[in-house]
Write a protein that binds this ligand. Structure first.
Ligand SMILES: Nc1ncnc2c1ncn2[C@@H]1O[C@H](COP(=O)(O)OP(=O)(O)O)[C@@H](O)[C@H]1O
Ligand SMILES: [Mg+2]
Length: 423
């Protein structure tokens, strides 16, 4: 038995020690909440994690079958067509891909076939080097963490796989992130490569619908021999997905239909994102547990929504590079001052800010690109306004309460001066 010894050296429990001195026990209510009297709401935390692949994927049976149809040729030793899956975040691309890959890998193993499935998340891998290192690992070659050239890694992967006589289905999830940072060279190599006796098929997955435009036409045509689009889920579909998760992961009776409906409606309001819905459900249950409630109520969902939104905005805004933060600041300050937030107004205010902190401003065009990126991140919204004969201009609008943005940007001393007297 472990005996606790407090700072005074007495062998007594800390709370007794505190009590004797009239100090309230800071952990008392928390410990009580976790005592046997109140049962937890979340029973299986793992099932609410975003990387969990459920056994059944409601409303994605057709997608599973389509992906399965393309990849199942491996069971005959025939190279599957390259496949490109795209759709917005949370539409089930990763889950469907992993589901099919898991099932086919099992079949391949049971039938003693010579094919391997490799799944790499390019955003998590981070660099082309890491993606190639993951491919090498799948072919059984271990390579140093850094230091080799990409072509050397590729050569080692090819020679290892050809000596194994192996064929590969390589799934590159969130491949758009890799291409954005490094261009499409690696995809070009992979789609062109010859693999000795075996072959390699690619499954590219992208959350970015415009991704195709960034690809060299040759890469695009070989990557998207087959294409499957994942549409956003409707609120009803999300409710079905949540219902299954609730039944598996939460204590029976702890979540009512109204809560599932609300989570589904909130997640569908932006675009039908199942990840958001599951996150919302999880955080709502956590909030309810923390409050010592027996069931999750709609007010817990509302609180969870605010918590998640704040966290997301904070994460996005604080990771922006300086110029993007200055552009964002210009937009929010201009709008707070009641100015007409056209591209022109935003640019001149941005220039002013740059000037007063001694920074060389970027060109008008470059700033326009940054504005589009901010729009994509959802921290502002752009709309084209027509001025009849005088042409069109882009208007930029805040999407977040001014005070929230000001609080985050104000943490930066250089930017705080521009916010003075505005909140
Ligand atoms: N049809 C579905 N049934 C059950 N869970 C789903 C379904 N679609 C998505 N999910 C869950 O929603 C979350 C997001 O799905 P994911 O496949 O990662 O989306 P994407 O890759 O398109 O961004 C994951 O936790 C996943 O398990
Ligand atoms: Mg995904």
């Amino acid at each position: 038995m472990v005996q606790t010894t407090n700072m005074a050296g007495n062998k007594e429990t800390t709370h007794v020690y505190l009590k004797q001195r009239g100090v309230p026990d800071p952990l008392q209510d928390i410990l009580e909440r976790y005592s046997k009297r109140t049962s937890p709401i979340i029973i299986k935390h793992d099932l609410l994690r975003s990387d969990y692949v459920p056994d059944s994927l409601p409303h994605r049976v057709n997608h599973i079958r389509e992906v399965g149809n393309v990849l199942a040729t491996v069971l005959r030793g025939v190279k599957p067509s390259n496949l490109f899956l795209y759709g917005k975040t949370g539409t089930g691309k990763t889950a469907v891909c992993r589901y099919v890959v898991n099932r086919l890998s099992t079949e391949v193993a049971e039938r003693n076939l010579n094919a391997r499935f490799v799944y790499v998340n390019c955003r998590l891998a981070g660099t082309e080097y890491r993606v190639l290192a993951d491919l090498c690992a799948a072919a059984g070659v271990s390579v140093p963490f850094t230091g080799l050239s990409k072509s050397e890694l590729f050569r080692r992967f090819q020679s290892a796989s050809s000596s194994l006589g192996n064929s590969f289905v390589v799934c590159l999830d969130e491949v758009d992130v890799l291409v954005k940072d490094f261009g499409d060279d690696l995809l070009y190599e992979l789609t062109r490569s010859s693999m000795g006796p075996g072959w390699m098929s690619l499954v590219g997955i992208s959350n970015d619908l415009m991704f195709k435009e960034q690809l060299d036409p040759r890469v695009l045509s070989s990557l998207s021999e087959e294409e499957i689009v994942f549409p956003p889920y409707t609120a009803t579909e999300i409710a079905d997905i949540l219902l299954e998760r609730v039944e598996q992961a939460l204590r029976p009776g702890s979540v009512g239909e109204e809560v599932i409906g609300l989570c589904a409606a909130l997640a569908a309001a932006e675009h039908g994102d199942a990840r958001r819905a599951i996150d919302l459900l999880r955080v709502s249950a956590e909030v309810a547990e923390r409050e010592g409630a027996d069931r999750v109520g709609e007010h817990h969902v509302r609180k969870a929504q605010t918590l998640i939104e704040r966290g997301r905005v904070k994460e996005v805004v604080s990771s922006l590079p300086l110029h993007s933060r200055l552009v964002l600041l210009a937009i929010y300050v201009a709008s707070r001052k009641g100015l007409d937030t056209t591209s022109g107004t935003v640019y001149s205010m941005y220039r002013e800010f740059c000037g007063s902190i001694g920074l060389e401003p970027l060109t008008d065009r470059r700033v326009s690109t940054l504005v589009s990126e901010l729009d994509m991140l959802g921290v502002i919204a752009c709309e084209l306004v027509s001025y009849g004969r005088h042409g069109r201009t882009r208007k930029v609008k805040p999407t977040i309460p001014f005070n929230e943005v000001a609080e985050i940007l104000g943490n930066d001393e250089a930017l705080a001066v521009f916010l003075q007297g505005l909140s």
